[in-house]
Design a binder for this molecule. Sequence first.
Ligand SMILES: Nc1ncnc2c1ncn2[C@@H]1O[C@H](COP(=O)(O)OP(=O)(O)OP(=O)(O)O)[C@@H](O)[C@H]1O
Ligand code: SF4
Ligand SMILES: [Mg+2]
Length: 327
Amino acid sequence: MLLEVRDLHVEFRARDGIARAVNGVSYAVDEGETLAVLGESGSGKSVTAQAVMGILDMPPGRITGGEILFQGRDLLRMKEEERRELRGARMAMIFQDALSALNPVLSVGEQLGELFTVHRGMSRKAARARAVELMDRVRIPGAAQRVRDYPHQFSGGMRQRIMIAMALALEPALVIADEPTTALDVTVQAQVMDLLAELQREYRMGLVLITHDLGVVADVADRIAVMYAGRIVESAPVHDIYKAPAHPYTRGLLDSIPRLDLKGQELYAIKGLPPNLTRVPAGCSFHPRCPMARDVCRAEVPPLYEVSEDRGSACHFWRECLDGDER
Ligand SMILES: Nc1ncnc2c1ncn2[C@@H]1O[C@H](COP(=O)(O)OP(=O)(O)OP(=O)(O)O)[C@@H](O)[C@H]1O
Ligand code: SF4
Ligand SMILES: [Mg+2]
């Protein structure tokens, strides 16, 4: 397995107590596989990713338990120097906001080229040629001229392509993309997502794709992990989830996707809001919002039940959810 997160716990000290932002998360991604991580704002998707990349703000964050195995080695036991070497070369991250992730005072050619001079010992001239090649590869028109331009001279979509090029430059085994298209116009979103999916297949990298948008996931992901209040509540192959969710929260997310055939109808929304992480409800943390909740849900935390060999649901009534919702 390329990446295995096991029972990860991350806390933040907040003014009103300790926020359990990541509360026992486990997921795995294999070489050549795309795992989509889904969930509302504040569910712990980014914090989990930052812990994997080793870029979590500590403090205020603190990893209080778990393991993160990358190619079989526990990242949490590595020296910072070793992790820094992995970062960029073997694992890379794509952020939502390219403008703040790129250096404003270096041309994109210099930034891309630097990766090859520093990590590959190339001459500046050879590195620049590689930079142009990469810009071509992510389909930036006129790459040979634009290599001298600065990040702010590119449109949002083009900047996001440059960030993808930076992430893939050294052909990492693992890429984590945290909402890579959220800041873009809808039409550009699809193009950038298609490009990312295409490169993922070509380079056979493992991709963790964090997104709010269940709509894009069907075409690009192999598996889905759904997060709620710091936990994975459902984990399954993508087609199983679309056919029938085994968790009421996943069903709520699916029902909230705009559908062309239901145009004009009011869009479903899961009622209520995610909990304050310093005061997560007892039992199943989703129970105050769950249309299927009953007494046992308020008392007992559901474990991740095995629905099938490669599928899990943290709902006491997963079977009912699954049967009631064959699509
Ligand atoms: N720097 C921080 N300081 C304090 N608390 C933090 C910090 N970063 C994250 N948290 C806590 O961790 C929780 C989870 O944050 P995270 O960024 O992982 O959410 P997310 O699922 O990525 O949401 P979004 O979809 O909005 O990006 C937050 O709600 C917050 O309580
Ligand atoms: S355990 Fe109960 S409250 Fe939680 S999702 Fe399942 S039915 Fe809903
Ligand atoms: Mg986030």
